[in-house]
Design a protein around this ligand. Structure first.
Ligand code: SUG
Length: 448
């Protein structure tokens, strides 16, 4: 069994629209000029570096944007150019939303359970409904088609419908799900972290007051049910409301797990001790908690540096040692960098190496290294049963670089989003991409 990290390719309309309330980077950078080409190349450079270090790397395509169909559903009509022009005049916020390249953050694409933990020995997928925001609510339909195209073989892969897109079942996917196990090849315990409870419960429940909680307990429970996980395999923990109010809009902004290691900030969970105890009682292997106390790092530093949005990866040599892939912003913050040196590298834990990666274009929208990838633990047989050409090797990497160089702009302002030429360019690029990836027709414009 190996973990394959499927990174989302950044789409050609990558822009800063300030769309995500409660995501401080997105709120801060709305309106800035973006560089889609640089964004895509930064993502590919991260993928290539990890592949070259022996980690299994996959790639997922971006979505069709601008989503002109969504604008038509909202009453805009005429030719594509007229729809874009009208939206730019009457509802610029809607135009920005339908242009978002947010599908790059594939940690929100779906929740995945490896075959090892599933009763029917298949890999299970549930696309996240992403109903908390309009621009991300547009993703799941295409996400489901993409996942079904790649994980096509029904004897190995099972696909569930996204949960009902309503606040009670608000689901943001793997960003709030962590599988803990001795190794990727042993049975795991699934930690589901939620921000609020929709039904029942007591009146003095603690919930965030400033920013929205994007994941409900009911959504997490439904996914565990869909995937056939029983009580002994799942732990549900509430995220600390104060963390959400400080800008921690997903658990993966404050905690990351891999194998038996759970790296987390003191303020990650409302009931820290209970959560650790339940994990310990359910896991077959000893849990290795790596706790970063508040006195070492403020919530503000955790959010601005995205230390906990690092990728924690098991080295391919089978030694149990791990590599932490951190965003460049961690190096720029003294308290964070010191914590990395003293507490993480200097501590008694399997983290043996820290690799710094520049994903600034994505970071300005609140997406770090871990947001950019969907983890799928697969056996050799399951890897060989994938459809399409989605596992990164030097050939695919070269093709994707050439594709980005050919089709992407290096400058995009909010005004450019109404340019009908941008929409045309994007369709041409995506059509070519589905051929490079050999995944067939997955986009609305290809399906007619
Ligand atoms: O959903 N940002 C994304 C970032 C998602 C990060 N993912 C994880 N933590 N797993 C979001 O808030 C901002 C888009 C804009 O403002 O243009 C945005 O959607």
């Amino acid at each position: 069994m190996r973990e394959v990290n499927f990174d989302g390719l950044v789409g050609p309309t990558h822009n800063y629209a300030g769309l995500a309330h409660g995501n401080v980077a997105s709120m801060r950078h709305g309106g800035l000029e973006s560089n889609p080409k640089e964004a895509a190349l930064q993502g590919l450079a991260k993928m290539k570096a990890l592949k070259d270090s022996g980690f299994a790397q996959g790639v997922l395509p971006p979505q069709q944007r601008p989503d002109i169909g969504a604008l038509r559903d909202l009453g805009f009509s005429g030719s594509n150019a007229q729809v874009l022009e009208r939206a730019a005049l009457d509802a610029p916020q809607l135009l920005r939303a339908v242009c978002s390249a947010s599908s790059m953050w594939t940690a929100n694409a779906a929740t995945v359970t490896p075959s090892l933990d599933a009763a029917d020995s298949r890999v299970h997928f549930t696309p996240a409904n992403l109903q908390s925001s309009f621009h991300r609510f547009l993703e799941p339909r295409t996400t489901a088609r993409v996942l079904a195209a790649i994980f096509r073989d029904e004897t190995r892969f099972a696909h569930h419908p996204a949960l009902p897109a309503t606040p009670a079942f608000s689901d943001e996917g793997a960003a709030n799900h962590t599988r803990l196990a001795a190794t990727h090849g042993e049975a795991g315990v699934h930690l589901f972290v939620y921000g609020r409870q929709a039904f029942g419960g007591d009146n003095d429940r603690k919930e965030p007051v400033r920013y929205p909680a994007r994941q409900t307990l009911e959504a997490s429970q439904a996914i565990a049910r869909q995937h056939g996980l029983n009580d002994a395999q799942a732990v549900f923990a509430q995220q600390h409301p104060e963390a959400i109010d400080a800008g921690v809009f997903h658990n993966d902004v404050i905690a990351v797990g891999n194998g038996p290691v759970l790296l987390y900030h003191e303020m990650a969970f409302l009931e820290e001790e209970r959560t650790l105890e339940e994990l310990r009682s359910k896991m077959a292997a000893p849990l290795i908690p790596v706790r970063v106390p508040l006195e070492a790092m403020s919530l503000e530093d955790a959010v601005s540096s995205y230390l906990f949005n690092s990728q924690l990866l098991s080295d391919s040599d089978g030694s149990g040692a791990m590599t932490l892939v951190v965003p460049g912003e961690c190096q720029e913050n003294e308290a964070v960098w010191r914590t990395i040196q003293d507490l993480l590298l200097g501590g008694n834990n399997p983290i043996g190496e820290v690799v710094v990666k520049d994903v600034k274009q994505s970071m300005r929208n609140g997406g770090g290294p871990a947001c950019l990838r969907l983890r799928v633990v697969l056996s050799e047989d399951e890897r060989s049963g994938l459809s399409g050409r989605v596992l990164l090797d030097d050939g695919l990497y070269g093709d994707l670089i050439a594709w980005v160089e050919k089709h992407y702009r290096d400058r995009l302002t909010p005004e450019d989003l109404a340019d009908p030429q941008l929409a045309e360019e994007t369709l041409t690029a995506l059509d070519e991409l589905t051929q490079i990836l050999a995944i067939g027709n997955v986009y609305p414009f290809q399906l007619g």
